[in-house]
Design a protein around this ligand. Structure first.
Ligand code: CTP
Length: 447
């Protein structure tokens, strides 16, 4: 019996997939089809596959050509499968010509002609209108958004806005964006969605107006400085039927959710303590060190460090204490927050003028999880136990600087292909605004 194997994502199943599977089956007697997982696709740079894996498997099954369907979830698996299943022929479409010649050491490799003029990528872009995105604020973060958005299909950056016309123009030229403007009303006319990367204190105002004009909003953190403002924005977004997301990058990185799930799986027992630290020494002339109202360590790193705490321990804390070391301007160069829950504790440490180990540690009754700096990108973490020899090491998928995941989710939500907001819920985002409000009140008291 001649065994044939082929692999694919099979997203938005189309004629090209059907033809390929038919011809693959004709190459032998028994056809094995490997369907990729979302994680594996993400690691290969395909960040907005639409159909869930069970639907993609079901579509392959319906063709009747597959004798066996397997799931492909890691690099190197093809050799494993060929050996495990005693495969005689490996086949793929001609778009992959040459890419899998290394498998000739294990079996025959056949590239079949690809069906012209159809692909999942084409279907994904014709299914939805291209989302026209505008960038508000043209400072340090905005260029990263532009670079990472190139890895997400379905959007185009149309316009740059800065109230300072010269800055807007300089940015537009440098990044070859179609239009720039210093007029916010005009800006909103060019776009369907906005990315807010302006100074912290302006996020709420820009978001509010964008939502009012039915534009989707991805806002850098902090979304707002008070709970009331944050609630208002989410309520308005839901009323206007637009997507509102706070851009806390960690929340959208694939490894972060995995750490949360491992922590909640019972592996480390009851979670008793979460410590999240994030420090970056800032230039003495930087905004962080000089902006008396909105600079400082907590506003810079508070939302990211609060994220794992809110995710793991929730928001029903019984006590919270904020302590800061300030500079001559009264800005916190280091802020430590201790939070007490009925059966657990949490600590955050944020610094722009004090350096410490930037780690995330989740301690439990049976073991603990430690994610080293930069844990906010979550490239790796360990689960450790009393027995020092027993260490489970995780290296989740992570590409680029991670922003592409957040952008991918934003576009998927706008297109309605992702209706889940478990990565960062409105309640969690509102809870962060609540912490920020308390911090700002404390800062005012100290002055
Ligand atoms: N395929 C084909 N003809 C097409 C499209 C795909 O023969 N017009 C083949 C691919 O070569 C591969 C298999 O179908 O062997 C599964 O490919 P997959 O990557 O799932 O499909 P694409 O449409 O190429 O997806 P994408 O656009 O996301 O890359």
């Amino acid at each position: 019996m001649k065994k044939v194997i082929t692999y694919g994502t099979y997203d938005l199943f189309h004629q090209g997939h059907y033809n390929l599977l038919k011809r693959a089956k004709q190459l032998g007697d028994y056809l094995i089809v490997g369907v990729t997982t979302e994680h594996f696709d993400e690691s290969r740079g395909k960040v907005n596959v639409i159909d869930p894996i069970m639907d993609r498997i079901e579509n392959v099954k319906k063709t009747g050509f597959a004798d066996m369907i397997i799931v492909e979830d890691h690099d190197g698996q093809k050799i494993e499968d060929i050996q495990k299943y005693g495969v005689d022929i490996f086949t793929l479409g001609s778009d992959w010509e040459g890419a899998f010649d290394y498998l000739k050491a294990y079996c025959d490799v056949v590239y079949l002609d690809r069906t012209p003029n159809v692909s999942s990528t084409m279907l994904r872009s014709s299914k939805f209108d291209i989302v026209r995105v505008g960038i508000i604020g043209t400072g340090r973060i905005a260029p990263r958004f532009i670079a990472e958005s190139k890895y997400v299909s379905g959007l185009s950056i149309e316009c740059a806005y800065n109230p300072d016309k010269k800055s807007a123009e300089k940015f537009q030229k440098k990044h070859e964006i179609k239009v720039f403007t210093e007029d916010y009303d005009e800006f909103l006319k060019y776009v369907d969605a906005v990315y807010i990367a302006s100074p912290n204190e302006t996020h709420y105002m820009y978001a509010k107006k964008a939502i009012y004009n039915k534009k989707h909003v991805l806002s850098e953190k902090p979304l707002a400085f008070t709970r009331v403002e944050s609630v208002e924005l989410y309520e308005q977004a839901s009323k206007k039927g637009v997507v509102l997301m706070e851009a806390i990058k960690a929340a959208y990185c694939p490894g972060f959710q995995q750490l949360i799930n491992v922590a909640k799986s019972g592996k480390i027992g009851e979670i008793c303590d979460v410590e999240a630290c994030f420090t970056r020494l800032a230039d003495p002339d930087s905004r962080e060190m000089t902006d008396e109202l909105y600079g400082g360590a907590f506003l810079e790193f508070g939302p990211s460090t609060l994220l794992p705490i809110i995710k793991l321990l929730g928001t029903d804390y019984i006590d919270m204490r904020i302590d800061s070391i300030t500079n001559e301007k009264g800005l916190d160069i280091y802020t430590k927050v201790n939070i007490k829950y009925p059966k657990s504790f949490a600590t955050i440490k944020t610094g722009v003028g004090v350096k410490t180990e930037g780690q995330l540690v989740v301690s439990g009754t049976k073991g603990y999880i430690v994610a080293p700096s930069p844990w906010w990108l979550m490239r790796q973490f360990d689960v450790r136990y009393e027995d020092a020899n027993k260490v489970e090491h995780y290296e989740p998928t992570f590409q680029g600087d991670g922003l592409r995941y957040e952008i991918g989710d934003f576009i998927s939500k706008i297109n309605g292909t992702d209706k889940k907001d478990y990565k960062l819920t409105a309640q969690e985002s509102i809870a962060m605004s609540d912490f920020i409000e308390k911090f700002m009140a404390k800062r005012r008291d100290m002055k």
